[in-house]
Design a protein around this ligand. Structure first.
Ligand code: FE2
Ligand code: FE2
Length: 318
């Protein structure tokens, strides 16, 4: 019988050798807990993230835009389902995860607690929110937990389509009438700072970062990812003639990166704690959707039961 210390050493050696951890492998309880929290939070974000965009499907300006937006929102639902399955491999069941979301115990990305006010928001969300998500998720394709890493590979392919469709909406509006251009700029103004907040608190205040990096759950810190996002996105805004709403934004030749203004962390924490503009509405919508769908789950279970019974009968005869 190996002692705990040996098991932990072997576990870390595997991580250091870039061998993936699989569901039946031994793992420290804290690793399991961190992953359950992170993967389920990620799954909840995909599911709640369907709401701000779902809001615009019926009002998309053309059939093409409608078809694209519908496909994008469906993708997000699919991402949520993959991720719930990945979380379940760690020994937690989906009902518990969903209950924790509905009771407010579990968190999801705060970005989805902001309202989507105009059609241009569909552009800004795809471009900035999916763009920020990609920064995080590309890194997660190499995360140390096998089922999570594999889910991320497919998800990332879809996310890059989401980002491009959003950017294309912004490009079209930015080249349109003055009113359309104003709409695009207004959406950028409202979504820019919340998008930067998607990378989480600054490294100096992030409680989960250090262990996550040692276990290679994460490979870059919140601040590194945020910088990467700013560096990639500012030239994209310039290319379509929009202005990033940050008076401190400036290319720093020496660092080889953009310097940017301070984030409003009071706003960040207020939204995390449930006081954002749409927290209440989003949760109410999720709970209602879950309750309205109860009959589908019941019917699926009854059907599975019936099939099982039939198979048993056939088995008994044969
Ligand atoms: Fe997604
Ligand atoms: Fe997406």
């Amino acid at each position: 019988m190996q002692n705990l210390e040996q098991l932990e050493l072997q576990f870390q050696a595997k991580i250091d050798a870039e061998i993936k951890i699989e569901p039946k492998d031994w793992m420290p309880e804290a690793y399991r807990k961190t992953l359950i929290r992170q993967i389920s939070q990620h799954a909840h974000s995909e599911i709640v993230g369907m709401l701000p965009e779902g809001n615009w499907i019926t009002r998309a300006p053309s059939l093409r835009r409608k078809a694209v937006l519908l496909a994008k929102v469906q993708d997000e639902g699919g991402h949520g389902l993959y991720l719930y399955s990945a979380a379940e491999t760690l020994g937690i069941d989906r009902d518990t995860l969903i209950h924790d979301l509905h009771s407010g115990k579990a968190k999801y990305s705060s970005i989805f607690n902001y309202p989507s006010l105009t059609w241009a928001d569909m552009g800004a969300i795809g471009w900035l929110v999916d763009g920020a998500a990609i920064m995080n998720q590309v890194m997660l394709c190499r995360t140390s937990y096998g089922p999570y890493a594999r889910a991320m590979v497919r998800i990332c392919k879809e996310e890059s389509f989401h980002q491009r469709q959003g950017y294309e909406i912004m490009l079209t509006l930015a080249q349109g009438s003055p009113e359309q251009k104003r709409m695009a700029q207004d959406a950028l103004n409202r979504w820019w700072w919340p998008s930067l907040m998607m990378f989480g608190p600054p490294d100096s205040e992030s409680t989960n970062s250090e262990a996550s990096i040692k276990w290679k759950i994460k490979r870059m810190s919140n601040d590194e990812l945020r910088q990467r996002f700013v560096d990639a996105t500012v030239p994209q805004a310039e290319l379509i003639g929009l202005k990033v709403p940050d008076k401190d934004l400036k290319w720093n030749e020496e660092r080889g990166h953009y310097d940017f203004g301070a984030l409003d962390w009071d706003e960040f924490w207020a939204v995390v704690k449930g006081n954002g503009p749409c927290n209440k509405e989003r949760l109410e919508q999720r709970v209602k959707a879950y309750e309205d769908g109860a009959w589908v789950r019941e019917a699926a279970l009854a059907h599975a039961e019936k099939k099982k019974e039939r198979a048993e009968k056939v088995g008994a005869v044969a």
